[in-house]
Design a protein around this ligand. Sequence first.
Ligand code: ADP
Length: 263
Amino acid sequence: AEEALRHSQKMEAIGQLTGGIAHDFNNMLTAIIGSMEVLKRRIRDGRYDDMHSFMDSAIGAANRAASLTHRLLAFARRQPLDPKAVDVNKLIYGMEDLLERTLGEKIKLEVRLAPDLGPALTDAHQLENAILNLAINARDAMPQGGTLTIATENAIIKSREQYGQETIDAGDYTVVCVGDTGVGMSPDTLSKVFEPFFTTKPLGQGTGLGLSMIYGFAKQSRGHIRVESAENVGTTFQLYLPRYQGAVETRPLAPARDAATGA
Ligand code: ADP
C-alpha cells in the first residue's frame, strides 16, 4: 500500500511537471502565432512599416521554445559519465575567457586555485558544463553586478557524513566552490533548488533543470554538491568530486617514438 501511495504521488508530480512545461511551451507558440497573424494582416493591407518588431518577437519566442526542448532533451538523455583523471585547475583556467564573456562587465571574476590540488576522477566535459551553469545562475543572481569567486581546494572526509538527507562517503575529494555576492535564496527556495523543473525565473527564462542536472552529475561521479545561501548576501555552491587514486601518469624516460615512422 505504501508503495502504491508513493507511486501515485510520483505520478502526480510528473503530471504537474509535464503540465508546467506544456504550459510554457504553449505560451511561446501563442506568441509566435500571434505575431504571424499580425504580419499576415499587415501584408494583406499593404502596411509594411514596423514589421521587424513582430518578426523579432516571433523569432524570440521560437528561440525560447527551441532552447526549452533542447534542455529537456539533454535532461532526458543524460550522457553516461566518462570518468578520467581531471586536472580541475587547468580546466578552470581554460574556461576563464568564456566565463569573463558570460559574466559581462559588471561582474568581477575572482579565481583562487589551490596550488597543490589533487586530480579528480570525473567527466571533464560535464564538469565544464556544471561550472558554466553555476556561473550563469550566479550572473542571474547579480543583476546589479558583484563578484563571482571560483575556488578549488582539497578536502578529506574522515568518516561517512550526513548532510541533510544525504550521506557522503569518507575519502579524499577535490572541491570546486562557486560563490556569488547576489540576491541569495529564501529558505524555501534553498530547500528546492535541486528539484527538477524548480525555478523562480520568469516564464520562458528558466527551466529549473540546471541544478538538478548538476546534482545528477555529482551523484553519478560518486561526489556530492552542497549549497549555502543568505538572502541579499550571496550563495556558494561546493561541488565535491572524488580524488583520482590511480598512478599519476609520468613522461616516458626514453625519447618518444616518432609517430610517423615508428622509429
Ligand atoms: P533555472 O536557472 O532554469 O531556474 P536551476 O535549476 O539552475 O534552474 O536553478 C533553480 C533555481 O535556484 C533558480 O530559479 C533560482 O531561484 C535558484 N538559484 C540557483 N542558483 C542561484 C544563485 N546563485 N543565487 C540565487 N538563486 C539561485
